[in-house]
Design a protein around this ligand. Structure first.
Ligand code: AMP
Ligand code: MG
Length: 328
């Protein structure tokens, strides 16, 4: 199969919509990362997503809809705080997990009893979802466990020859995936951190907890369990600039072609070595993380990441990804 990469135009949107309605997969941009889309009502198309990505079958998918889509077609239980959250943050990088009403393919929820729904704010994503006018399940458009894609070329690298069409909407500005928030209980529970932070959610609802899996419990968000976001080369996470530079020097002496990865205040503590700079602010670090991990696997024999000193807000999401990218 030839994989076409097309800018978003009326014509490419029509083609994308026809492909989705015919049960094919189409990759499209969002404000977080690129998604690999399929019709959420079509069992075979949903199954194809798992096959194409090599995604474990117990890891559920997020259904994406446009801003005018009637959510009641998909979910009906709704605590009062959920409406406030939708008003405050949607469209945007917040996925909300509701009790499922079994309207979409059962493979979407991967055997669970909830459905995750997201309304992306990216203009191209909205145009695509409006043209299709169906819920589109869309995990990140990368091979399972590999680094998530923030450009059409990243998607092509992972899926060339396997999907018919990638809609190219330029670079995803957010850079890390949406916050996943369970709204099935009295207090909203963060299952995956992202650009909508716990502080932002608590400012609307009063309370917001981070989900912590208890011993023996099945994870509420199975994706949290896996090694993820990993570059093809070895990646290490060091606690300080000093530790990072020492490991870099050791690997360099062994001829391993290491690159340091750092951002924020850590950058200013580094001697001039081969560097993958994540940028200065937490927002920049989120936006650059996957791009730099992919650059790392292209140019480096090993990536030595230094734990950023900033830890709050958006950095919680960046640290989650970085820790899992470096988990061996
Ligand atoms: P990705 O599609 O690659 O962005 O990953 C989606 C993330 O959302 C994974 O970590 C999933 O485990 C999580 N997720 C999707 N649907 C649900 C759901 N119904 N309940 C809990 N987590 C979900
Ligand atoms: Mg993913």
């Amino acid at each position: 199969m030839k994989t076409e990469v097309k800018k978003i135009t009326a014509e490419s949107l029509r083609e994308a919509s026809e492909l989705i309605r015919a049960g094919e997969l189409v990759a499209f941009p969002t404000e977080t990362v690129y998604g690999l889309g399929a019709n959420a009502f079509d069992d075979d198309a949903v199954k194809r997503i798992f096959q194409t990505k090599g995604r474990p079958s117990d890891n559920p998918l997020i259904a994406h809809v446009h801003t005018d889509y009637d959510l009641k077609k998909l979910v009906d239980f709704d605590p009062p705080y959920a409406e406030k959250l939708r008003k405050a943050f949607l469209p945007g990088p917040l996925t909300m997990v509701y009790p499922s009403t079994n309207k979409v393919s059962p493979f979407v929820s991967a055997g669970g009893s909830t459905l995750a729904v997201r309304v992306p704010s990216h203009r191209g994503a909205q145009s695509f979802l409006k043209e299709v006018d169906l819920p589109v399940v869309a995990p990140s458009a990368n091979r399972s466990k590999h680094v998530s894609p923030t450009s059409a070329s990243h998607v092509l690298f992972d899926f060339d020859g396997q999907i018919p069409l990638i809609l190219d909407g330029g670079r995803s500005e957010g850079g890390i995936e949406s916050t996943v928030l369970d709204v099935t209980g009295e207090i909203p529970l963060i299952l995956r951190e992202g650009l909508i932070t716990r502080e932002m959610i608590a400012s609307v609802t009063g309370k917001c907890e981070k989900y912590v899996r208890k011993e023996g419990e099945i994870a509420r968000s199975p994706g949290m369990m896996y090694k993820h976001y990993a570059p093809a080369c070895p990646a290490y996470l060091c606690e300080s600039a000093e530790e990072g530079v020492a490991l870099y020097r050791k690997l360099d002496q062994e001829g391993k072609n290491p690159y340091l990865m750092a951002g924020g205040v850590c950058l200013r503590e580094l001697p001039p070595l081969r560097l993958l700079s994540l940028g200065d602010t937490p927002k920049e670090m989120a936006a650059n993380l996957y791009e730099k991990l992919r650059e790392g696997e292209r140019v480096a024999g090993a990536v030595v990441a230094i734990r950023p000193k900033e830890q709050d807000g958006i950095m919680a999401g960046v640290m989650d990804r970085l820790t899992r990218a470096c988990r061996s």
